[in-house]
Design a protein around this ligand. Sequence first.
Ligand SMILES: Cc1cc2nc3c(=O)[nH]c(=O)nc-3n(C[C@H](O)[C@H](O)[C@H](O)COP(=O)(O)OP(=O)(O)OC[C@H]3O[C@@H](n4cnc5c(N)ncnc54)[C@H](O)[C@@H]3O)c2cc1C
Length: 304
Amino acid sequence: MIYDIIIVGGGPSGLTAAIYAARAGRIVLVLEKESFGGQIVYSPIVDNYPACPHISGADLANKMVTQAMDAGAECMSAEVTGIFHAESETFTIQTDMGNYESKALILATGARHRELGLPNEKDLVGNGVSYCAVCDGAFYNDKKVIVIGGGNSALTTALFLADRCKEVTVVHCLQNFQAENTLVEYAKAKANINLVLNKKANRFCDNNGVLESIDFVDNESGKLENFVTDGVFVCIGQQPQSDPFALLGITDDLGYYDADETTITHISGLFVAGDGRAKNIRQLTTAIADGATAGLAASEYTAK
Ligand SMILES: Cc1cc2nc3c(=O)[nH]c(=O)nc-3n(C[C@H](O)[C@H](O)[C@H](O)COP(=O)(O)OP(=O)(O)OC[C@H]3O[C@@H](n4cnc5c(N)ncnc54)[C@H](O)[C@@H]3O)c2cc1C
């Protein structure tokens, strides 16, 4: 079977593309390797999505998936490992569940957490080091934790953890937080959140493979300071999930898909949407805007 449109990635941008394309009468398949809903599944509360104030990310994601399926899109769990297109009018999408074929393709593969790059970081994941408070926060009930980072996701994570942990210390390597002011103010108002600026993580100290403390370097004095902790949540930004598609030659130096708001790439029939696209603002609203544009553009392409 040849699908009209295959969408790689079942996050907000991919699901929105699916809703628009299915409603335009196209035969649509969405392939998702982890959780349908994408990154937003990990957000306890979303407060900036119009008409749905104070909704959990998981609830919002469920609504999007249901809407895409109700519109007629097929949603399948599979990891896409490569794309073949050379001298062909269709795209062959290689996955861990077999190959699929489509006339148009939308890459909506988003982004994921960035690592600090400290020597034993990978070894300590699950033993004190985490990147997802919603996934691992429950392991730290009534404990002391550190959140590393200073953007929206770091402050959101700190607020989430403050409701269950005894003490949350947010440590940021710059002199100011990059997060929205309201989030910083919420964090300041919480009695069990400490905000620390201008210190850079230098070393994870462990005892038999379990994190015990973290050495930070103070940017001004250059001195090492040791913070004892039960766990650390690393929230220092994201990297695009475009590696399997590098050979298509549609990414910039940072690995983001190189396309403007039209979502059109230099490969005919190939569109890109969401946080994986090179742009300034990566939010739900910008992801779904891309999804709508790509869904309609791919629908128009397949009508030709
Ligand atoms: C903790 C947290 C809190 C947030 N809070 C907010 C908020 O309050 N408001 C807001 O507007 N935004 C928020 N965001 C940002 C928002 O979640 C993202 O902007 C949005 O999810 C981007 O959607 P996307 O579809 O482009 O990418 P993603 O959500 O990253 O989805 C991409 C999907 O593609 C899948 N995928 C990747 N590669 C493959 C492959 N090879 N094969 C198959 N599937 C693949 C991934 O598994 C993922 O599910 C938050 C993000 C996080 C992490």
